[in-house]
Ligand binder design. Sequence first.
Ligand SMILES: C[S@@+](CC[C@H](N)C(=O)[O-])C[C@H]1O[C@@H](n2cnc3c(N)ncnc32)[C@H](O)[C@@H]1O
Length: 251
Amino acid sequence: MAFLADMKILYHMLAKPVRGDSHAQRMESFYGGQAKDYDDFRKRLLRGREELWQQIPKPNGGIWVDMGGGTGANVEYFGSDIAKLAKIYVVDLSASLLSIASDRFQQQGWTNVEAVEADATKYCPPEGAADVVTFSYSLTMIPDWFAAIENAYRMLKPGGLIGVVDFYVGRKYASPELKRHKWLARTIWPPWFATDNVFPSPDHLPYLRHHFEQIYLHEDRFRMPYVPFLRTPYYLFVGRKPLSESNHQES
Ligand SMILES: C[S@@+](CC[C@H](N)C(=O)[O-])C[C@H]1O[C@@H](n2cnc3c(N)ncnc32)[C@H](O)[C@@H]1O
């Protein structure tokens, strides 16, 4: 049964054409048929999400926005800390994934967690500001990723935290503090992921480090299910919005 569910997911990821005139329509076209089996497969595919949640303190009475939060599975990583937060918003463009999220929140009785259909480049919580904004494997799917980071920057309170976990490739001439990926890794992964409208970039991490004070960075690789020999690079980044605007780090 698990094998058949995997084959269905792989069909959606590798063979089913993605249709739609807008980015939102393309997201729903891609995820609509795999929403039910999404969590089980992505648990094995998308590593580092729980580790990212562990790295971020949960602010008492805080507002946490999970951008591109899909089925809301990440909310499970809060554990009993859910009660500490005033509100958690799970923002996504796919209605099918959000419906799984809403069911989850209702079943768990999490009254301070809400699924919101909106674009990460524009959404702002009704409270007007956030304490934490996270992106788990969503930045690589957002065409205007820089606008999503700028939007997160705007909505974060001074001293607020951004957390990102995602695929990436390093720059050919990476800065000395970052890992250098060899030609094969830099060449193979972008076209590989592009078939799923996932765009690992050499610029996401430098851009994040330029806008936020880095408080945690972990760069690593993992093996994906059904992909022999190769290990794909991914990173975890936690950054703080500077208290003063002039306090940006250089990339
Ligand atoms: C690979 S999934 C990751 C979902 C979830 N964060 C996780 O860790 O399982 C990427 C998600 O980003 C969402 N997404 C892509 N572009 C978006 C945008 N502009 N605004 C909001 N969500 C977006 C997709 O619909 C999808 O749910």
